[in-house]
Design a binder for this molecule. Structure first.
Ligand code: FEO
Ligand code: CA
Ligand code: CA
Length: 631
């Protein structure tokens, strides 16, 4: 029952370590009573709890006009390959373990690499990414979120790390890969030995900046100043700035820490972030004691930030931006306000956590020195009201009762709980419409939402507002429009762009919204990005069993949505046991780069090599056969 499967996904691991409360009869009743119609046609009241949808969410979507989605939809499938529409083709641009320098070792299926080879090669589990054009060169910065323990240590007993070199390899598999890419007859490939190539890992020196810089909570034995950290981990989604830097976002940083003291008391601030005595199988603390919270209790306070990197200078020091808060950062969507301030929207991906907004004190001026715009500003958290309205609540010592802005920037989840923010269904990527002041966020799922459920901070997770369904295993996409069309506004209106579901299994709210049907259905929207045409690309990280509640949905996939009409079409299906995450374009928009993460995470894929090869996370390049632009 409560046994950890031999190769659990991290979601499964989390679920087993933090089991959800028993579902109540009331929750079941509510789930049944919220009819599918409620999403698009009316308001439903269940018992004492009024499930009132945002007013704009009740507006039926317009019939799909002659679509802007000009491709033939791909059918859901369970193939161990990538499927794209007719008229498109794909190739692997780079994979985990590919050499960046001529001194690197080629990837070796039998050893799956060593510490030394991994430090000179593409990291594992590529996630968020961005392409930078520079003097005719094309430079990709791509996150390496985590390592697939069972794969990279698949040559070891039980698929577990064994000894110091395995830990060295694991740490080097994390972080960010910067690689110059070039296109030749056979497609996109890494420019080996490019002066731009760089590996940033769990051991790369970083600078702490912003309100928490130098705070006592950031001081450790190795860094008594609290200003110099080592490494970045669990780099999930990304962002980019108008001044040409890359933002990498630290998500599940808690999984690397453990306690050597069997009697270690786990402080509330640790519990809120899931930091405990047991790590997630990486075993880093067995080799590097800074991941042992019994010995270095402040080390976890130095992770959970957004890190700014100059992708064009391999000697630059990455900067951890504490002003943007510490939580399980998904991505960072940066827009400019009407008066030129940088506004960064961010999700905190955990059941019942929040959506945040950062507003810089300074203004962006093209051509000026904007390098430290993310160093100081105001931090807000979102409150969504049931009536389709919402507000940004500023996090200050006054509003939270906390001692300083530094404390707020370190214990951001605790601060947000104090002001009454809305607990969300796992906020993943945020993306802003380039054609109007409108922002979308994937709420991937929340198996534990229920009338009597609480998040890790004790905040209620009652179904309602933008999180309307109890035991939400499908997810939804919320969008909001700032008042007056200015991203500085305190107030906003919101609605749901789509609620995922399965209309072949359910006829109630779990069937999904009207723009979800048997031919385009999906679960667990996660990655999200607008293209230059104002179309919304949606990537999934969900249940790929293709059975029961998920029957007919196949492998994880990528879809395209039209914000104006609500139309959604499936563009791509990934290989077995993969997640589709990370998206960027070549400078001329002729190539769409997409991430295929953790194929075969349970042992059921050999992507991309086929045969008996080791599965490898990869970035694929998609082009049109007629050479035209994509997005
Ligand atoms: Fe790394 Fe929330 O996904
Ligand atoms: Ca994600
Ligand atoms: Ca996810």
């Amino acid at each position: 029952m409560n046994q950890i499967p031999t190769r659990p996904t991290f979601d499964e691991f989390d679920e087993l370590n933090n089991p959800r409360p028993e579902e109540t009869d009331f929750a079941r009743l509510a789930a049944r009573a919220v009819s599918r119609r409620a999403f698009l046609g009316g308001t439903v009241v269940v018992g004492a709890s009024a499930l009132v949808m945002g007013t704009t969410a009740l507006t039926p979507l317009r019939a799909f006009a002659a679509g802007r989605l000009g491709f033939e939809q791909v059918a859901a499938n369970g193939l161990d390959t990538v499927t794209v529409p007719l008229g498109y083709r794909w190739q692997v641009a780079l994979s985990w373990g590919d050499p960046l320098w001529s001194t690197s070792m080629p990837f070796d299926d039998s050893t799956r690499g060593t510490g030394a080879s991994q430090e000179l090669a593409v990291g594992d589990n590529n996630d968020g990414m961005a392409m930078f054009a520079h003097e005719g060169r094309t430079i990709l910065a791509v996150n390496n979120e985590y390592v697939n323990i069972g794969v990279i240590h698949g040559n070891r007993e039980g698929g577990k790390p064994s000894g110091a070199d395995d830990v060295r390899k694991s740490k080097a598999g994390h972080g960010v890969t910067v690689a110059e890419l070039a296109r030749s007859g056979d497609g996109w490939h890494i420019v080996v030995d490019s002066p731009f190539n760089r590996r940033i890992t769990a051991d790369t020196p970083m600078e702490m900046t912003g309100p928490a810089r130098g705070d006592d909570r950031l001081k450790t034995a190795a860094d008594p100043s609290g200003t110099r950290a080592l490494g970045t981990v669990n780099n999930c989604g990304n962002g980019r700035t108008p001044w040409g830097t890359y933002l990498t976002c630290e998500e599940n940083f808690n999984g690397y820490f453990s306690a050597s003291d069997e009697k270690q008391i786990i402080a509330d601030a640790w519990k809120r972030y899931g930091i405990g005595a047991k790590d997630w199988g990486y075993a880093w603390a067995t080799v590097d004691e800074r991941f042992d919270i019994s010995k270095h209790p402040n080390e976890p306070n130095r992770f959970g930030y957004i890190v700014e990197i100059n992708p064009l200078d391999p000697t630059s020091t990455p900067k951890k931006r504490t002003a943007l808060g510490r939580f399980k950062h998904e991505n960072a969507e940066l827009v400019l306000s009407a008066d030129g301030r940088t506004v960064v929207y961010m999700g905190d991906d955990e059941r019942g956590e929040f959506i945040y907004r950062f507003v810089s004190d300074g203004r962006y001026v093209e051509g000026a020195d904007n390098a430290d715009l993310l160093e100081n500003g105001r931090l807000y958290v979102a409150k969504f009201n049931d009536n389709g309205r919402g507000d940004w609540l500023e996090l200050t010592p006054d509003s939270t009762g906390m001692g300083s802005q530094a404390e707020i920037c370190i214990h951001t989840r605790l601060a947000a709980s104090k002001v009454g923010a809305t607990t969300m269904d796992r906020p993943e990527w945020v993306s802003a419409n380039p054609r109007k002041a409108e922002v979308y966020c994937c709420l991937t799922n929340n198996s534990r939402r229920a009338t009597d459920a609480k998040n890790a901070g004790g905040d209620a997770m009652v179904p309602g507002g933008p999180n309307p369904r109890a035991k939400n295993n499908y997810g939804q996409i919320v969008r909001w429009t700032p008042d007056g069309g200015d991203h500085l506004a305190v107030g906003f209106g919101w609605d749901l762009f789509a609620t995922a579901g399965n209309p072949t299994v359910h006829s109630d709210a779990y069937a999904g919204s009207d723009n979800v049907n048997a031919s385009n259905m999906f679960n667990s929207p996660d990655g999200l990005a607008f293209d230059g045409n104002g179309l919304l690309w949606i990537q999934t990280d969900g249940n790929y069993s293709d059975a029961k509640d998920f029957a007919g949905q196949g492998n994880n996939q990528m879809l395209v949505g039209d914000p104006a009409t609500g139309e959604i079409k499936r563009f791509l299906v990934g290989p077995r046991e993969s997640e589709i995450t990370g998206i960027t374009w070549s400078p001329d928009r002729s190539t769409l780069f997409v991430g295929v993460q953790h194929p075969g995470e349970k042992g059921g894929s050999h992507f991309p090599g086929g045969g008996a090869s080791v599965p490898r996370s990869s970035v694929i390049a998609i082009t049109r056969t007629d050479g035209g632009k994509i997005g």
